[in-house]
Design a binder for this molecule. Structure first.
Ligand code: NAI
Length: 349
């Protein structure tokens, strides 16, 4: 069904407030989830609300966190999220990073001890909307084999980047470092469909097409994606003194425990490197150049990174956001959660 941005935000806020978050934090999470849904990133939108509600109910998310912002140098800071909602902590930390980069040219802000923060494009686009380049990286639960391995070690450790143009378009890259998300395996299981052999491996480390035999996901581009997820883990975990590698907490293993996740925001102020107007003009030129490239057979147009989501957003702003009926039914119901996520992690040790 279709629903307006405002209505979806209202319903998510109400549900999360009912689950136990303050109105301010419920609203902050809803803002990031609606960003994901309206840009077609449904894996990180309203479908996550029930999981968060269950985690809140079971104590695995601090509903009264004390955020601490510790400026450790002219361009560096550590934001401690006290295991509250990651969306709100990461948003506030990015606001601080933007202020620092405005003044000093660059900022690196570590966000430590947080819950899941959702789609990272939200945070990097905050930077781009302030005429800065934003980069954000975060840890996620171990479910990916290192290249050549048969046991999971790293998470789907996403990387996001955004840069402003001179005409309000934003170049946005936002990607997990795995070929596919775990959600896609679940989807194939629910439909009893096979999966391509490039997505995941079985217990022995053999590529598998059977979604029921999946024991771990595969990194993008073999050793290169594996290297990127290592880099994300070092920068958003080890650098912040947090659990790393396969010690990172699992999303579904124990919903009573805090997750202690890490994220790193990097902000670069183009004005400290070049003429900032020219920078934005050249980003616009790049977008136009890419759109003019002759498409390959089977493609209508070459899109710049993030433009696929811009096109969805344009349509959803006009006609309402498409959400699954079951999710809508849950959001309008009195149910807080149906106790269906705890201990559902197939890779948990
Ligand atoms: P995806 O595969 O849908 O897209 C990856 C990138 O490719 C995006 O920048 C997208 O704009 C671009 N793209 C896709 N189709 C395109 C086209 N036709 N032309 C040009 N560019 C195109 O994204 P993925 O990897 O499935 O990640 C989804 C979300 O999951 C992201 O928002 C990510 O931040 C989030 N995530 C969050 C985690 C967390 O723990 N917080 C963990 C893993 C992922």
């Amino acid at each position: 069904m279709r629903i307006s941005r405002q209505k979806l935000k209202e319903l998510i806020t109400q549900k999360l407030h009912k689950a136990g978050l303050s109105e301010e934090h419920a609203d902050g999470v809803a803002e990031v989830l609606v960003h994901a849904d309206i840009r077609g990133i449904h894996s990180h939108g309203a479908m996550r609300v029930e999981y968060y509600a269950e985690r809140i109910a079971k104590g695995g998310l601090n509903i009264n966190p004390e955020f601490k912002f510790d400026k450790t140098g002219p361009c560096t800071a550590v934001f401690d999220g006290d295991n509250g909602v990651g969306h709100v902590a990461a948003k506030q930390a990015m606001d601080e990073a933007i202020k620092m980069a405005k003044e000093n040219g660059v900022a690196a802000v570590g966000v430590r001890r947080i819950g899941h923060s959702g789609a990272l494009s939200y945070f990097v686009r905050q930077a781009a909307k302030s005429d800065m380049i934003g980069i954000s990286l975060c840890q996620s639960d171990p479910m990916v084999v290192p290249f050549g391995g048969s046991e999971p070690y790293y998470g789907t450790n996403p990387i996001a980047f955004a840069a402003p143009s001179h005409d309000n378009r934003i170049m946005t890259l936002d990607m997990a470092t795995t070929v596919q998300a775990w959600g896609k395996i679940l989807h194939a299981r629910s439909k009893n469909e096979s999966i391509p052999d490039s997505w995941a491996v079985d217990k022995e480390g053999h590529p598998t097409t059977d979604p029921f035999k999946v024991n771990a996901l595969l990194p993008i581009a073999g050793p290169k994606g594996y290297g990127l997820m290592m880099m994300v883990d070092v920068l958003s975990g080890i650098l912040l003194g947090l659990p790393f590698g396969d010690k990172v907490s699992s999303m579904y293993h124990d919903l009573t425990e805090y997750r202690n996740l890490g994220q790193l925001h990097l902000v670069i102020n183009p004005a400290f490197f070049t003429n900032p107007d020219l920078f934005k003009q050249h980003i616009s030129n790049t977008m136009d150049d890419l759109n003019r490239i002759k498409p390959a057979p089977g493609f209508n147009q070459v899109l710049f990174p993030g433009q696929n989501n811009d096109l969805i957003q344009e349509e959803y702003e006009k006609n309402g956001i498409e959400i699954v009926d079951d999710i809508y039914e849950y959001l309008v119901s009195d149910i807080v959660h149906k106790n269906q996520y705890d201990n559902k992690d197939p890779f948990a040790k």
